[in-house]
Write a protein that binds this ligand. Structure first.
Ligand code: GLU
Length: 471
């Protein structure tokens, strides 16, 4: 059997983490099985679907590198096909026209509620022989089987059974002639030869209806796998409150796509106790039966831990391509300074996100207006003048600007003055970075460059001189 899966988002908002995880599972299953993956935009709800949301979904899929083999298909472009099938169903009598007025349906509903029954269509027009003129408003309903039940074997949850008595005759075409959502999904899954429908558990109730329609059409019934919900770390349904925003927000917040994918794949799926998965490993090990039936809780700390791992373990040149976007957002001009992959190597260990990294790399490229007040108060004191002057002289004398020579200059200064490295290193750190924290002094000073380093030491010396004058 040819394996084909699909991701079928409704473009009514951004691609959120739940949707991205469903897309990832469908994609991984197709890739694992050597099958195909289809992207389908379910834009039948004209009022709620927007081009902006379509763009956001595409951006998210592209950023996550979830490539598709077919599509994107748009349901709004397939209305003729859906209507042709509905017309054929009317001929075959697997569907019928329903002329019930709004008022009748409303009254029926109220009566059923008053009787404590679940509101459902009573099949009034199902076998009616009333005469109606051609242009009288009507909907088309699917003739759902009246007895028996629909059973399907959910690949995550096991067998699920729905009695047909629970299912009324679904409207498949509205009065305005538009086919309805559940019907379009069925025709698409059929036409696109989808073998496995992997989707959120909120669609479980649609499945028996869709299976009945597929059967009435003589179409093959795909396998179904319904993925559980994602909850916030407080056990409540994931929402914006938890920071559960669109996938692109994670890009903006400084996450690598590999980290988010690794996080999402483990959010409800496991392979032994392995936590870190390369994309190739995900493809190799993924299976539907290892997906968890229960809901999973989102945990930002774990995502950050993974991001830190990927920042430090992927090639620095690759990470730098993502860092570039962040430094550009901050308006940092990186041409006159170290290459960005060096920044990744220098700052990776101390950063959980690329946003943080971009925010802390400014001093490599730009002079700062002021020293951090606390750091300056502590380290740019009169006693620091001598070590700073001495280290400046040694740094100025370097003809081959390497981290090693910078190291020797700092070490040599401390040795000559008979003081610990900290007495030289800390004032130097504040002088050249403006603050009290940075990676190792030798690599930092080296990356900042010789002339910038010297002029910043001069600035620190003036600062100390002013301070001395005030005393
Ligand atoms: N369009 C549906 C949604 O965004 C998905 C339908 C399906 O996967 O069958 O929730």
């Amino acid at each position: 059997m040819k394996i084909k899966t699909r991701f079928a988002p409704s473009p009514t908002g951004y691609l959120h983490v739940g949707g991205a995880r469903t897309a990832l599972y469908s994609w991984l299953f197709a890739r694992h099985m050597g099958g195909e993956f289809v992207l389908r935009i379910e834009d039948t709800d004209l009022e709620r679907s927007t081009q902006e949301a379509i763009d956001a979904i595409m951006d998210g899929m592209n950023w996550l590198n979830l490539d598709w083999d077919e599509g994107p298909y748009y349901q709004t472009k397939r209305f003729d096909r859906y209507n042709a099938v509905i017309d054929q169903m009317l001929v075959n009598d697997t569907a019928y026209k329903c002329y019930c007025s709004k008022e009748r349906l409303e009254a029926l509903r109220e009566q059923q509620m008053a009787d404590g029954e679940k509101p459902r269509y009573d099949g009034h027009c199902r076998d009616s022989h009333e005469h109606h003129s051609h242009d009288e408003p009507h909907v088309v309903r699917f003739r759902n089987p009246q007895g028996g039940s629909v059973i399907f074997n959910d690949l995550i949850r096991g067998p699920i059974e729905f009695s047909n008595l629970e299912l009324d005759d679904l409207i498949i075409r509205r009065t305005d002639g538009a086919p309805t959502y559940n019907f379009c999904v069925v025709i698409d899954d059929w036409d696109m030869e989808i073998s496995h429908v992997i989707r959120g558990e909120d669609h479980i109730n649609n499945t028996p209806r869709q299976i009945n329609i597929l059967k009435a059409l003589g179409a093959p019934v795909p396998e179904y796998a319904h993925v559980s919900m994602i909850l916030g770390d407080d056990g409540k349904k994931l929402s914006k409150r938890h920071g559960a925003v669109g996938v692109m927000q994670y890009r903006d917040d400084g996450y690598l796509p590999e980290a988010l994918l690794n996080y999402l794949v483990r959010l409800g799926w496991s392979h032994g106790d392995q936590e870190i998965f390369s994309i190739d490993e995900m493809k190799e090990f993924f299976s539907l039966d290892a997906i968890n039936k229960s809901a999973s809780a989102f945990n930002t700390e774990k995502l950050q831990w993974l991001n830190h791992h990927y920042i430090n373990n992927m090639p620095a040149e690759y990470v730098a391509t993502y860092l570039l976007w962040h430094v550009e957002q901050l308006g940092i001009e990186t041409r006159n300074g170290p290459q960005l992959f060096e920044i990744v190597k220098l700052l990776g260990e101390r950063c959980k996100t690329l946003k943080e990294m971009a925010q802390s790399c400014r001093y490599f490229y730009e002079d700062f207006a002021e020293f951090d007040a606390d750091a300056a108060k502590k380290h740019l004191r009169p006693v620091a003048r001598q070590p700073l002057e001495a280290v400046r002289a040694k740094l100025a004398a370097i003809t081959d600007w390497t981290a090693e020579n910078v190291h020797d200059a700092i070490q040599g200064t401390a040795d000559e003055l008979g003081v610990g490295m900290g007495k030289v290193g800390m004032p130097l750190r504040v002088a050249v970075t403006g603050a009290g924290q940075s990676p190792g002094m030798d690599v930092t000073v080296h990356a900042i460059g010789q002339s910038r380093t010297l002029s910043r030491i001069d600035k620190a010396l003036s600062f100390i001189a002013e301070r001395e004058a005030q005393q």
